[in-house]
Design a protein around this ligand. Structure first.
Ligand code: AR6
Length: 180
């Protein structure tokens, strides 16, 4: 499913595995350690190979000694993935007591900023925080679509959300149709 976004950028929904995307930048739903995990993170490191982990370790030894803060984003090589960069971002763990949606929104905004600093024309996002971190899919989809639609896009002409299953795809479809 494809829908127009601001400034001639196409916003697309894809059903599938984000590690199979051919784009300039693939966004990773990482954790602060940057040293890997399950879900999207595990798949990216498995398929992308050790070069990604090596750069992540170097980042931990330099700029991010205490880890990458929640809501921020940083790029590394994409290793053997069919992309130029992986942009690692750390989503918030969902909380019933505290509204952390600004942090989730920040993940999308900061990833877009880093992608455009690199000159990327295409980027693929997973549904950040909606797996291990427990964010309800419909709300996660709404925040994702609204943030990307509201972002200042310069170099990017192709922004994709890659949804792993039918349910996630449908919820993003609803968010896109609702205008975010
Ligand atoms: N392609 C696209 N989407 C995927 C894929 C894939 N290959 N694999 C899973 N998803 P998650 P989080 C979906 O758990 O919630 C890791 O251990 C999945 O169905 O990957 O941000 C990290 O190291 C879900 O909808 O990320 C962190 O510790 C969405 O991607 C923690 O999990 C995100 O699920 C981050 O948790």
């Amino acid at each position: 499913m494809t829908g127009p976004s601001a400034g001639g950028t196409t916003l697309t929904l894809v059903r599938g595995d984000i590690t199979a995307q051919h784009v300039d930048a693939i966004v990773n739903a990482a954790n602060s350690s940057l040293l890997g995990g399950g879900g999207v993170d595990g798949a990216i490191h498995r398929k992308g190979g050790g070069a990604i982990l090596a750069e992540c370790r170097a980042l931990r030894a330099s700029r991010y000694g205490r880890g990458l803060p929640t809501g921020q984003a940083v790029a590394t090589t994409a290793g053997r993935l069919d992309a130029r960069w992986v942009i690692h971002t750390v989503g918030p763990v969902h909380s019933a007591d505290e509204d952390r949606s600004a942090l989730l929104s920040s993940c999308y905004r900061e990833s877009l900023r880093v992608a455009q600093e690199l000159g990327a024309t295409s980027v693929a996002f997973p549904a950040i925080s909606t797996g291990v971190y427990g964010w309800p899919m419909d709300d996660g989809a709404r925040i994702a679509v609204r943030t990307v639609r509201g972002a200042a896009l310069t170099t990017l002409t192709d922004v994709r959300f890659v949804l792993f299953d039918e349910d996630a795809y449908r919820r993003f479809e609803t968010a896109l149709a609702a205008g975010g």
